[in-house]
Design a protein around this ligand. Structure first.
Ligand SMILES: [Zn+2]
Ligand SMILES: [Zn+2]
Length: 562
């Protein structure tokens, strides 16, 4: 029997610290744990061919007897996107999942693409203020304001104290009852605060969402011809305002793009927005209507090359072609890293003659869903935590969050800046950084999960940047000598090497292969473990090409014995 005094609370981010994306936090108390969110991260340009990055859940798999459920703060991809993969991998017959009806609805829709996962999920719809007991922990869902409806903070009550995980949050639009609840919890005493710190670098306060709805309404009213609004499909309130305004000014809307066409009807089915069937038409129908009667609501506000907006701007969309007089509204800010892609799309749209309105020229068309610096101060004053563990941010944001906490009286050493897999242990004696658990990033590529690793990625980068050399050698099985001429094929190499130089390369490679055969033979006779011939060819041809061109192409020797 462990007494309460010996019991330990562990908080281990499995993603979302030192990075933006794949949010997942493990909270363990006395041998039982829950996971808060299991999100995805999108790859950067270096990660050729990778579709998604998900957290490594090895620890959860190996300790599944301790697992009590998944708690979802809200339905954004960086919080729910990896749940289907988790269900597929966890080797559990039943996985309890707690969240708002919208978040659960969005997860459920994803499971259709992952056979065998739906039957494992046990859905528990939570509403604001509701509590659920999970072993020795009790979890309270507190409504917060964010850029998707029904987002929650979680107050996790343990015998050691309360852990307050903010989820993604801002103060503007926070229901007064939640404000009051934060205050009460602060009075009870918050052991650990886990704040989303992604926007803490911005001074001041984040504006409320309502200003965006008003701005969109005026733009829809005043647009001389067709108006095209690009935003996130998860921003249900914003889409709802656009549909409402369209109706008000005698226009119809078409939803364009996969997530828009999928998510908005799901949200409507769950009662998150209302519109008559006549408010929407298909993209084809909209293309045939008078432009001043049409509003298009499109995906692709982050510049994603395959999304509707980029394809429309490039003139390659099947159903939506640019029209003269179009007004395009980018109702989103580019996430850091996407600025170039977004900029290119704005340029393309303008080349087509569109008027483009984006946040830099009209700030009211987008507000963030995350709290700025002063809101962090306000939250800290309200809940007065003993420990702070910044989540949902790059390292510099976590540092800024620590600065805020320290300025509001939290001792410097009580703010833990952790890494993925690095836990914090809190007992009645105090809190400290704890050992690491197996964790990291798992790459999803097409239908494979975790099979693409750093080695595969390195090969892909080499292929992309330095080309490919295939060396085909036919050997006599008896003598081990080459039978006919070594054949060299190159692709993606500079002309000097692949054309005029190819003969040279053929010649050189033949010599190299010949020497490698001798070398392999000598190594064999010398009693050493022989290095495979293919290795020697790879290495020697590789260093020849590097010497003569400075390139490191991917080299594939094909040895055939006859
Ligand atoms: Zn979010
Ligand atoms: Zn988030």
């Amino acid at each position: 029997m462990t007494s309460i005094n010996d019991s330990q609370l562990r908080i281990v981010p499995l993603g979302g610290v030192g990075e933006v994306g794949k949010n997942c936090t493990l909270i363990e108390y006395d041998g039982e744990f829950v996971l808060v969110d299991i999100g995805v991260k999108f790859p950067d340009e270096e990660m050729l061919g990778i579709d998604l990055i998900i957290p490594d859940l090895s620890y959860v798999r190996e300790n599944k007897y301790k697992f009590r459920g998944i708690l979802i703060t809200h339905g954004h991809e960086d919080h729910i996107g990896a749940i289907p993969y988790a269900l597929a991998q966890l080797e559990l017959d039943e996985v309890p999942i707690y969240g708002s009806s919208l978040a659960l609805g969005l997860v459920r829709a994803k499971l259709e693409e992952h056979p065998g996962t739906e039957q494992k999920a046990r859905w528990h719809t939570m509403t604001g203020g509701e509590r659920v007991r999970l072993g020795k922990m009790e979890v309270e869902f507190i409504p917060v304001d964010h850029s998707i409806p029904d987002a929650f903070s979680l107050a996790i009550h343990t015998p050691l104290g309360i852990v307050l995980h903010t989820g993604d949050w801002k103060f503007a639009g926070l229901p007064p009852s939640s404000f009051e609840r934060y205050r009460e919890l602060g009075e009870e005493g918050i052991l650990a605060l886990l704040p989303d710190c992604v926007r803490v670098e911005s001074p001041g306060r984040t504006l409320p969402e309502s200003i965006v709805g008003d701005a969109l309404e005026s733009l829809i009213r005043d647009a001389p011809a067709r108006i095209i609004i690009s935003t996130f499909a998860s921003n249900v309130n914003r889409v709802a305002r656009a549909i409402e305004a369209a109706q008000k000014y005698g226009r119809v809307c078409a939803l364009v793009g996969r997530s828009m066409e999928k998510n908005i009807p799901i949200a409507r089915g769950l009662g998150y927005l209302e519109y008559p069937d006549t408010a929407l038409v298909t993209a084809q129908a909209a293309q045939r209507m008078p432009p001043e009667k049409v509003v298009l609501i499109l995906t692709g506000s982050q510049g994603e090359p395959t999304a509707a907006l980029a394809r429309m701007a490039a003139g390659t969309h099947r159903m939506v072609t640019p029209l003269p007089g179009d007004t395009v509204v980018m109702s989103a800010s580019p996430i850091p890293g996407n600025e170039k892609l977004v900029g290119r799309i704005i340029d393309n749209l303008m080349r087509n003659g569109a008027t483009v309105i984006y946040p830099r020229v009209l700030p009211e068309i987008h507000v963030s869903g995350h709290a700025a610096y002063d809101e962090h101060l306000e939250l800290l004053e309200l809940v007065r935590p003993r420990y702070v563990l910044p989540l949902h941010g790059e390292y510099r944001m976590m540092v800024k969050c620590r600065e805020a906490a320290v300025s509001r009286g939290v001792p410097f050493e009580n703010v833990f800046l952790t890494e993925v897999g690095q836990g914090v242990a809190i007992t009645s004696q105090g809190g400290r950084k704890d050992g690491r658990i197996r964790s990291g990033a798992v790459f999803v590529d097409g239908l494979t999960v975790g099979e693409v690793n750093q080695v595969v990625l390195r090969d892909r980068r080499r292929l992309a940047s330095d080309g490919l050399v295939i060396i085909s050698v036919t050997l006599d099985a008896q003598t081990g000598l080459t039978v006919n001429e070594t054949c060299v094929l190159t692709t993606g190499l500079p002309v000097s090497l692949s054309k005029d130089g190819e003969n040279n390369l053929q010649e050189q490679s033949r010599d190299i292969v010949q020497k490698a055969i001798e070398q392999a033979e000598a190594g064999h006779q010398g009693g050493a473990v022989p290095r495979p011939l293919s290795e020697l060819i790879k290495q020697n041809v590789g260093s020849y090409i590097l010497r003569s061109t400075g390139l490191r192409p991917l080299i594939i020797p094909i040895l055939t014995e006859i």
